[in-house]
Design a protein around this ligand. Sequence first.
Ligand SMILES: [Zn+2]
Length: 195
Amino acid sequence: MKVPIVPYGAQILRKKGEAVVDFDDKLQKLADDMIETMHDADGIGLAAQQIGLALQFFVVDVQPGENESQDFKLELDGRPVPAKLVMPMVVANAKIELLDDEEWLCREGCLSFPGIRGEVVRCENIRMHFQDVAGTPHVLEATGMLARCCQHENDHCQGIVFVDRMEARDRLKNAVKLKILKRDTLKKEKLKRKG
Ligand SMILES: [Zn+2]
């Protein structure tokens, strides 16, 4: 079932997620809803905060580009795996290690920030420890867009959004849009509270 995506300005986007402890049918249903919502919005990642839940939980669906070869590394539990086999991926309780200290600048967007894009520095090379929807622990090694997407979604789980890390000049360029988006969100939240 598709669910509404929380826009910038909502308090929940600033909440650090609780660890996932119950790997039950409810979690599977949540994962299914998040994947459907992400696909419907043409996104490549969605975190629990973006649908109103403060949890260490996100989904990603990063596929290779136009050319046949996979343009990012994906190793799951020590073995190279085609993205097709593991995407969409459900990630609980992620711990990300940055494997190099080079700054990789690239444009990003976010489903909670419609119409807003800007350059963000990330690490191009990560190792991520996490649990799948059944609670089974895994280690993912990833580069490129997959590494970037996991860092973006894991940030959401810590209450961090991509404009916090956006290059100053891009943030400035988006300042008016951000202000309007936040204002509209707060207005809607107020109306909702009034019932
Ligand atoms: Zn996002």
